[in-house]
Design a protein around this ligand. Structure first.
Ligand SMILES: Cc1cc2nc3c(=O)[nH]c(=O)nc-3n(C[C@H](O)[C@H](O)[C@H](O)COP(=O)(O)OP(=O)(O)OC[C@H]3O[C@@H](n4cnc5c(N)ncnc54)[C@H](O)[C@@H]3O)c2cc1C
Length: 325
């Protein structure tokens, strides 16, 4: 690990002042950035511990669930209002990591965690995400766990966040501040496809701080569910995951949202594909049509083609589970 400066911010203003210095990154729970610094993948000039900032609240108002950037994954998952109004968020969080890690892990840190691609995390290999323009051995190498959606010839790395998938299905909005401005970005626009710049992963700029996440109340929220398929029952990232919510009237789909994890270079959703379900009954056939449209842009390798079947099965189960509740 390279030497770095360490600061502890006592206020949001102080944190933003410190973050305005080039190469300075926030430190929240530290469950992922410290690992990446030890691996030499992240080399910040300075870290600003933001743990003391008043950004840990979880509040449900008439219109919106507001989750502070520093709210821990455990606290959000356990919150009664989250479990009843947006169960997919709680289920997604509980499916991730371990109890100890979830206690330390923050919501913003979860959204900003980097990929688990083994080529990215090892200096034995080139990686366009780690060193722009150096190459992507995953294209021809071991890519069983890599992405099938949103890939480019420069990157196949999967976005690993579970809760981002639930938040995408629920139309969450990320609130971001820097020294001069505050802005809100729908989660649907937050992550960037790798294209020719895989090292640019989100729309955030240096010096910016996520302050909170807003999830609008909706009739889909209480019916939302999260299903995660993985190589072992716990403490494992998704091979394929689905956040789904469907609202039926007189047996026909009136509103639906489906987001995928474990398959995409970014959490994946396609509203045009969802529209194919509207006004239809939820049957094996209508869900199969939806899955075909949703997965049509997939570019699997021989080794990760299995993810398409996993996803289709998971989508079917998640939609049926949501419709039944
Ligand atoms: C063994 C292990 C297993 C895991 N399994 C899963 C899993 O199955 N599913 C899953 O979804 N996750 C999993 N995780 C990831 C875990 O959820 C994340 O490590 C955690 O959520 C990161 O939060 P943190 O507060 O510790 O972030 P930190 O490590 O403190 O920060 C992460 C990044 O976010 C930035 N950051 C933090 N807060 C802010 C902010 N407010 N504004 C701007 N930037 C900020 C930091 O600068 C850093 O770049 C796992 C992690 C480990 C170590």
């Amino acid at each position: 690990m390279r030497p770095f400066e360490f600061h502890r911010a006592a206020s949001i203003g102080e944190a933003l002042d410190l973050l305005a210095q080039p190469g300075t990154h926030p430190l929240a729970g530290g469950t992922t950035i410290i690992d990446l610094m030890k691996l030499g993948v992240e080399n910040p000039v300075a870290l600003v511990d933001i743990g003391a900032l008043p950004l840990g609240g979880i509040e449900l108002t008439n219109d919106v669930l507001r989750i502070g950037a520093l709210a821990s994954n455990s606290a959000v998952a356990a919150e009664r209002t989250v479990r009843s109004a947006f169960p997919a968020i709680s289920e997604a969080l509980l499916s991730g990591a371990s109890g100890q890690i979830r206690n330390a892990a923050s919501m913003a840190g979860n959204l900003l965690q980097r990929t688990r691609c083994a080529f990215f995390r090892s200096h034995d290999w080139p990686c366009n995400k780690r060193v722009a323009g150096s190459g992507c051995p995953a294209q021809e190498g071991a890519n069983t766990h890599h992405a099938v959606l949103g890939t480019s010839e420069h990157c196949l790395a999967v976005n690993p966040s579970d809760v981002a998938v639930a938040l995408l299905a629920l139309d969450a909005v990320i609130a971001i501040r820097c020294h001069a401005t505050a802005r809100e970005v729908p989660l649907a626009d937050f992550y960037r496809l790798p294209g020719i710049t895989p090292h640019v992963e989100t729309v955030m700029h240096p010096g910016e701080l996520i302050t909170h996440i807003d999830v609008p109340k909706s009739r889909l929220g209480p019916k939302s569910t999260y299903l995660k398929l993985r190589g072992r029952a716990s403490y494992e990232f998704a091979s394929a995951s689905v956040a789904a919510a469907v609202f039926c009237e007189t047996g026909l789909v009136a509103e639906v949202a489906v987001a995928l994890g474990g398959l995409g270079t970014v959490p994946w959703r396609d509203r045009e594909a969802e529209a194919l379900l509207l006004g239809k009954p939820l049957t094996k056939e209508t869900i199969a049509v939806f899955c075909r449209a949703l997965l049509a842009p997939a570019r699997p390798t021989e080794a990760n083609r299995y993810k398409l079947d996993l996803a289709s099965g998971a989508i079917h189960r998640a939609l049926m589970r949501s419709a039944a509740c």
